[in-house]
Design a protein around this ligand. Structure first.
Ligand code: SAM
Ligand code: DTB
Ligand code: SF4
Length: 324
């Protein structure tokens, strides 16, 4: 089987040319690449929990949890460890292999991190992979998370460097890259991707993929989110993205990061089964699984199991769930 070389020197024009390909040519190439590296009928499943909700000091224009916008979200303090473990166990029973814990922080304090580390250790003890998304980290904090055995850290670039300032003003693109470097330097797997449907151009989508692919190592996991529009945020009412443009972006993520898991992430709730099937054909091989994302609803687990069954897709980690 031909393995595709890992490149870190993509030009913007090259990536944009991939996005511009005729749809069928693009999907054929993406699926061919996908098959060279992965079982085409296996999808990894991660479940999410919000361990600390709302009242975030950042101004991300898409987010329900920013304190800058009136979104009717009820803020919640950091959850007790037992509540998190209980949710992780339930997710494992439904077939999730990874448990992702998200906090609405610009960055965690060291004291917060003590409690989060207890959560990581308890979830690991259940035999699940762990993922955290807590905002910016210092070098010391990243080292503590490595020592605690954290498997993945999620920190999204969200969009292109050129468009970023239109979406977030309370931190810079370089801040994001710096945290990713600290996490990478510790040898923690990186989960980093973005959001589509923010009003960005196709060239912005190419530019975001270029940033991800040209990192010193490709993120092991690349979540591609479709904006979930939240009333009260600046991006509420943004023009809807053409769903084929979403599929194209998934396909190009697969082409430029051939060995990474590409996750069909937020926004699935409004996607048809057919659109999701096209995303799997384009090389998506991971989902957020379970009825809630962080503050919004996701597809019901039963619906996903039924879709997988209809498509002959199995959960990547085997065994935990078998089609009835
Ligand atoms: N506060 C941390 C941070 O920003 O890194 C972690 C949590 S934050 C909610 C994690 C990611 O979720 C964001 O980077 C963004 O890509 C995604 N996200 C947040 N709100 C979203 C929305 N309404 N629609 C789609 N994706 C969203
Ligand atoms: C990611 O890329 N998407 C997830 C996760 N990483 C943390 C979050 C999606 C949030 C969707 C809106 C919400 O539920 O608040
Ligand atoms: Fe805060 Fe993260 Fe939401 Fe931005 S995306 S407002 S950092 S919780």
């Amino acid at each position: 089987m031909t393995e595709y070389p890992l490149r870190h020197d993509w030009t913007l024009d090259e990536i944009e040319a991939l996005l511009d390909l005729p749809f069928n040519d693009l999907l054929y190439r993406a699926q061919t690449t996908h098959r060279a590296h992965f079982d085409p009928n296996a999808v990894q499943a991660s479940s999410l929990i919000s361990i600390k909700t709302g009242a975030c000091s950042e101004d991300c224009g898409y987010c329900s949890q920013s304190s800058k916008y009136n979104t009717e979200l009820e803020p919640e303090k950091l959850l007790p460890v037992e509540d998190v473990v209980q949710a992780a166990r339930a997710a494992r029973e439904k077939g999730a292999s990874r448990f992702c814990m998200g906090a609405a922080w610009r960055n965690p304090t060291d004291k917060n991190l003590d409690r989060v580390i207890e959560m990581v250790q308890a979830v690991r003890d259940l035999g699940m992979e762990t993922c955290l998304t807590l905002g910016m980290l210092t070098e010391e904090q990243a080292a503590r998370l490595k020592e605690a055995g954290l498997d993945y850290y999620n920190h999204n670039l969200d969009t292109s460097p050129e468009f970023y300032g239109e979406v977030v003003t309370t931190r810079t693109y370089q801040d994001r890259l710096d945290t990713l470097a600290r996490v990478r330097d510790q040898g923690i797997n990186i989960c980093s991707g973005g959001i589509l449907g923010l009003g960005e151009t196709r060239r912005d989508r190419a530019s975001m993929l270029r940033q991800l692919a040209n990192l010193p190592r490709h993120p092991q996991s690349v979540p591609i989110n479709m904006l979930v529009q939240i009333e009260g945020t600046p991006l509420y009412g943004a023009d809807e993205l053409d769903p084929f443009e979403f599929v194209r972006t998934v396909a190009v993520a697969r082409l430029v990061m051939p060995r990474s898991h590409v996750r069909l992430s937020a926004g699935r709730n409004r996607m048809s089964d057919e659109l999701q099937a096209l995303c799997f054909l384009a090389g998506a091989n991971s989902i957020f699984y379970g009825e809630r994302l962080l503050t919004t609803d996701n597809k019901e687990a039963d619906q996903d199991r039924l879709l997988f069954k209809r498509l002959g897709i199995r959960f990547e980690q085997d065994g935990a769930w078998q089609p009835a």
